[in-house]
Each structure stands twice: as C-alpha cells, then as structure tokens.
Write a protein that binds this ligand. Sequence first.
Ligand code: ATP
Ligand code: MG
Ligand code: MG
Ligand code: MG
Length: 355
Amino acid sequence: MNIILLYGGQSAEHDISILSAHNIAQMITYEVYSVQPVMITRDGRWLQGPKLSAPPAYEGQLHLIKSEEASWGENASDTSYGVEISPCEIHQEDAIVFPVLHGPNGEDGTIQGFLETLGLPYVGAGVCASACGMDKIITKQLFDHVGIPQVPYIAFDRREWNEDPDALINKAEGSLLYPLFVKPANMGSSVGISRVEDSEALVQAINLALEYDHRIVVEQGINADEIEVAVLGNDDAHVSVVGRLVKGASFYDYEEKYINNTVDMEIPANIEESLSDTIREYALKAYRAIDGSGLARVDFFLTSNDDVYINEINTMPGFTQFSMYPVLWERTGLSQVDLVEELLQLAIRRHEQLA
Ligand code: ATP
Ligand code: MG
Ligand code: MG
Ligand code: MG
C-alpha cells in the first residue's frame, strides 16, 4: 500500500506541519508501505516528491521534498525538487492519505471534503468533525450542549463589530472579567490570539483577530495549568494518560510554542486519579460531541482549586517527535510506530464502513 503524506499547507502552521510529516515518515513500517510525499507550498501549489521506500535521511535538515521556497532542504545533498501536480493527481489506487495539515485549509474539513470526493481513505477526523473542531464558536456551542464546563465567553462576527463596536465592548466588559483572550474562531498555534487587560487593548486585539477570521471569540482569562489528553479511535475511541504543560509563560503563544520552547511536559500529570478520570471522560465526551474519528488532542484548564474547564479540541494535533499527542501515547504504552499503524488502520476501517 502507498501512503500519501500530505503536508505543508497554506496556514500559519506550515512549518510545524513539515516537522510533523517528517516524524510520521520516520514511524512508517516500510516493509508494508511506501510513502509518497506531497507538499502544499505556502502559496498553494502541490509538489510531489520522490517516493520513499525507507525512512528519509535526516541531516539536521528536513528534505522530504526540496522546493525552491523551502530553505529546510537547501543543505541536503540527496534531495530532488518536487514536481508540481494538480491536486486531483494525488489520486492513486490502493492509497491512504495522511493529511498532516494543521489549521485552516487542512484541519478544518476542506481537505477532508476534497479527499472524500476523490474517494480516498484518509487518516483523522471526517468533514464534520474537522470543521466543528476548528471553529471555536461551534465547538463551544457543542461543548455547552453536552455539558462540559468552559470559561465564560462571548462570540460575534465582523458585521456586528462594524455595526456597533461600543455595544460589543460593553457586552464583553459587562459579562467577563479581565484579562481577556481574543481569538479568531478558525485558527491554531495561537495565531491571531491576544491576551488583553483593558478596553483599548481589547479593541486592538479584536481588529487583529479580524485579520484572520470574520468570527471572533472573547473569553475570560483564567489562571490555570494547561492539561492535554490524546484520543484515538473511531466508535471505539480510547483516551491516553493526562499530560500537563509546565509553562515558562502565562500565555502559550506561537513564540513560546515553537521558538522559545519554554514548555515542558509532565506526563502523566501529577494530579489526583479521580481528577484525571474526570478530564479523560470530558475528553471522550468532547470527541463524541464533534463526531471525532481517528485522533484528536483535547485541551483543558485546571485551576489550583481543581476546577476543570475545556479549552479546545485539535483534530490534527502537532505530531513531531516531541509533540504532546504522540508522546502521550508513548507514555500510555503505545509506541509512535504502533500509533501511526493504528491511525492507518482506523482510516481504512472508516472508509470501508462508509463505502
Ligand atoms: P493550538 O495550537 O493548540 O491549536 P489555538 O491557536 O487553537 O492553539 P488556544 O488553545 O485557544 O489557541 O489558545 C492558545 C493559548 O492561549 C492556550 O494554550 C493558553 O496558553 C492561552 N489561553 C487561551 N485561552 C485562554 C483563557 N481563556 N485563559 C487563559 N489562557 C488562555
Ligand atoms: Mg487549537
Ligand atoms: Mg491546533
Ligand atoms: Mg490550543
């Protein structure tokens, strides 16, 4: 069988997707599969690289495919340039797609819908779960519906903001306590998110978030630890041990996540068993609420009083060697090689059920 490893993408999470894809390429059982890398460039072109029949070499540089824009391939000696293909040309007999794409245009149901149309099996959540998981407003409404605690928030769109910004600022300040977090509804890696402490900053943050999406969430900020849980499976989904982020910063923004790397993981989190059971139950409930399949990482806040609030669900979480999702499974007893194999099997099973 052939695995089409689809990665890169046009979202702000392009770079992290490359790292995730490279790790997954290392974890594939090449006795059974070959790997066809396809990278979506930042400007939306699809580049198909040479097929891999062994884990790609790693020389401190990533070079599944070399592209003129990709500085990560430049120092590698054995790379070749990708050939530009039209998206439909990724279709192949006996192929499974592994769309390792984070953020809009990849994790949000668009690629998933495209792959459904082509009739290809693919790893991870389907169209509905991907779209619902990426949209923070829809997600919150679903979580409310199934009774998972969340921090107070308000949501609105660009039209409402343009019509009466003062009314929305009053509404936010009337129902929420500073500090507030302002977020575009559809995004990831903290892109477009601000933590604000006064009205002036709130207005600026809303205008910034509107550069990324026309729908906005304003949430009450909470002083809490961040807890993450991994879910794996279709109808039979199971949940990993619970991990805690040990942060060097109060806001886990893009820079802290990927550049400063000030975040350590405590796995399993040193918390009461009953508390971690509650969190794991909420994670499964959240997964079912969005109709999850394949995988998801569910993120929570845990206060010093042991109050738990769900933050969000990521249907294609970061998958580098050191990312929370695969490491949570390692610490639960499932190696990264077995995890990748299980994800492929889940993709095949879902495809057969729907076919
Ligand atoms: P991901 O990269 O996990 O997909 P994201 O872009 O979807 O992230 P969030 O997880 O919603 O964004 O927020 C990013 C970070 O901002 C959180 O990990 C946390 O550090 C901080 N944060 C977000 N909302 C709140 C809140 N209400 N109170 C306190 N901190 C918050
Ligand atoms: Mg997210
Ligand atoms: Mg995300
Ligand atoms: Mg998050």
